[in-house]
Design a protein around this ligand. Structure first.
Ligand code: SAH
Length: 274
């Protein structure tokens, strides 16, 4: 049912609460924005999944939290439920934070939620966060652009099957850009898209790095090339969430590692890298 009384009047006659689509950053609570911190403190309800990470989630009082991520049985909460719940809570006059890992508008369905809220005439605000697509590589010592190595960067989902005829990601075109390729949701299909990029003519020696649980206390980094990285990740047991960086910029890590202090106690890597 849509609210015909305008965006500020609830069905009960009270004020409709605002929904804040908030990015949590990659997981280190110190990387929350000041605004995200304020909103979390003042929220009546926080709808979240697991991606913000336990360091941030543990700081939110249990009674404010509603988990709309993976359920106990392993299945995902349907997006329709989350959409409906956001509207319902706002119409109860609640101040609602929808907390999302990284930035809310980067592969996080934040766009769908914004459209739904607008169509239901619920006022909302978008609060950007540090996306793991940039912050993840950064804490691993990898700049996504570099004057000597990459003048462009592409953010893509690895979830798609690269052999699928109608794949939404054009790996061939990406290989031709000569820029950095950052893959989100890209652990499971790593063998497929590294092959797709090699088949598209990319140098098999192109550096590749995976940053697992970037900025979490147990962050790990695995490095290799388009040819070797699958074996490196298998051996290390790299799991989601992880960011894959393909491109010469991934080699920067080696040159700065000795002095890089982020996550230095919890590295995965070769002896030389430590
Ligand atoms: N909105 C998020 C992305 C959501 S899609 C953002 O801007 O970061 C989920 C994917 O994000 C994961 O599969 C993984 O590739 C990436 N991701 C999110 N948090 C991460 C983290 N702390 N470390 C590594 N990858 C992360």
């Amino acid at each position: 049912m849509s609210d015909t009384s305008g965006a500020t009047e609830a069905e009960s006659g009270g004020t409709v609460g605002t929904v804040y689509l908030v990015g949590s950053g990659p997981g280190d609570p110190d990387l929350l924005t000041v605004k995200a911190r304020h909103l979390l403190d003042e929220a009546d309800v926080v709808l979240h999944d697991k991606l913000p990470g336990s360091e941030i989630l543990d700081q939110i009082p249990e009674e404010k939290r509603e988990d709309v991520g993976k359920r106990a049985g392993g299945e995902w909460t349907p997006q329709e439920y989350t959409n409906k719940r956001l509207v319902e809570l706002a119409r109860e006059g609640k101040r609602v934070v929808r907390l999302k890992g990284g930035d809310p508008f980067v592969f996080g369905r934040g766009g769908e939620e914004a459209e739904h809220l607008a169509s239901e005439e619920v006022p909302f605000e978008v609060v950007p966060g540090i996306t793991s697509a940039i912050g993840g590589p950064a804490v691993a010592g990898i700049p996504v652009t570099h004057r000597d190595h990459a003048s462009s960067v592409s953010f893509v989902t690895g979830h798609e099957d690269p052999t699928k005829e109608e794949s939404a990601v054009n790996w061939e075109a990406l290989a031709a850009t000569g820029g950095t390729i950052v893959v989100l949701m890209g652990v499971g299909k790593l063998p497929d898209y590294t092959k797709a990029l090699r088949d598209a003519g990319m140098d098999p020696h192109t550096p590749v790095a995976l940053v697992e649980r970037a900025t979490w206390p147990d962050m790990r980094v695995a490095t290799g090339t388009l040819e070797t990285v699958v074996d490196v990740c298998d051996a290390a047991g790299i799991e989601p969430p992880a960011i894959t960086v393909v491109g010469d910029v991934a080699g920067t890590r080696e040159r700065v590692l000795q002095f890089l202090r982020n996550g230095s106690e919890s590295e995965f890597g070769t002896e030389a890298e430590r």
